[in-house]
Design a protein around this ligand. Structure first.
Ligand SMILES: Nc1ncnc2c1ncn2[C@@H]1O[C@H](COP(=O)(O)OP(=O)(O)OP(=O)(O)O)[C@@H](O)[C@H]1O
Ligand SMILES: [Mg+2]
Length: 275
């Protein structure tokens, strides 16, 4: 017999999942080939953090990675970007091991991966247009008139008015607008992979909903493979094809959001209840 409080929580989360008018996209996406693979990854700093992580994101799916603060979620994203190298284990992106990439090959890899940082990480001294144009100017040979067009398209994609925001400095934007500009910049070069670190932290519920819609739109319209790391389980469940939960350096749950809320595992129930 479940405690009533727990029952209420399960129902609330289930409603969140049911409000997703695009539920179909979850089930079908799991069939694609693996795009990101972590195999038996170990990594210690001054203490062991990752102790045998096995994780896989398949083409077109949105993998939600959950776990307590300090457990190693951001570290996993850094490993995929090859900003960090594990002590042992294999990481493959697009089927290729990334351990022995040269400096330039690692830069190439990062160009294929859009990263949405927790704090948006925009360049504060240049306007929104130049923030978005930066990865295009750096990473492509696109002529300036085409860059103009792509920047406008990306801003429109994240529901910002290009005429209004292009000339604004990041400091003139709200938190939600900054997040959207950060997302627009992450997808400027049409990456096949987008990694999100706390994409909805500090946002009001309405903006959280908008960001969730954008993540789903990217998956649906562009077939992007994503990993979303977040504390916000409800927002995460709205976009997730699959959920991985980390505990003690390992993945202790791998399954759908529905399976996660239905499980009787005591730790998982506690984790969901505290979130
Ligand atoms: N470069 C580093 N040097 C030393 N320790 C680090 C480094 N990066 C991360 N750590 C440690 O590794 C552990 C995992 O950190 P990480 O940032 O990945 O956690 P997280 O799950 O993202 O936490 P949060 O939910 O709070 O963002 C923490 O104990 C952190 O202090
Ligand atoms: Mg983190």
């Amino acid at each position: 017999m479940k405690a009533p409080q727990e029952q209420v929580l399960r129902e609330a989360i289930r409603r969140e999942i049911d409000s997703d008018e695009d539920k179909g996209s979850r089930a079908v996406t799991a069939a694609g080939p693996p795009v990101i693979e972590l195999e038996d990854i170990h990594l210690s700093f001054d203490h062991p953090v990752l102790e045998g992580i096995n994780l896989e994101a398949r083409k077109g799916e949105t993998l939600l990675v959950l776990g307590e603060s300090g457990i190693g979620k951001s570290t996993i994203l850094k490993l995929i970007l090859r900003l960090l190298v594990p002590d042992s284990g294999t990481i493959r992106v697009f089927g290729n091991p990334i351990r022995d990439l040269s400096f330039n090959e690692a830069l190439d890899l990062r160009r294929k991966i859009g990263m949405v940082f927790q704090n948006a990480a925009l360049f504060d001294s240049v306007n929104v247009f130049d923030n978005l144009a930066y990865p295009l100017r750096e990473n492509t040979k696109m002529p300036e008139d085409e860059i103009q067009q792509v920047v406008r398209e990306r801003l429109a994609f994240v529901n910002l008015d290009p005429d209004k925001v292009s000339g604004q400095l990041p400091g003139e934007l709200s938190g939600g607008q900054k997040k959207r500009v950060g997302l627009a910049r992450a997808i400027a070069t049409d990456p096949e992979i987008v990694l999100y670190d706390e994409p909805t932290a500090g946002l009001d519920p309405l903006t959280v909903g908008t960001i969730g819609d954008l993540i789903r739109k990217l998956q649906r319209e562009m077939g992007v493979t994503s990993i979303v790391v977040t504390h916000d389980i409800r927002a995460g469940f709205r976009v997730a094809s699959r959920v991985n939960l980390i505990r003690h350096g390992r993945i202790v749950f791998d399954g759908s959001p529905e399976d996660m809320i239905a499980t009787d595992d005591e730790y998982i129930q506690r984790f969901l209840a505290l979130s």
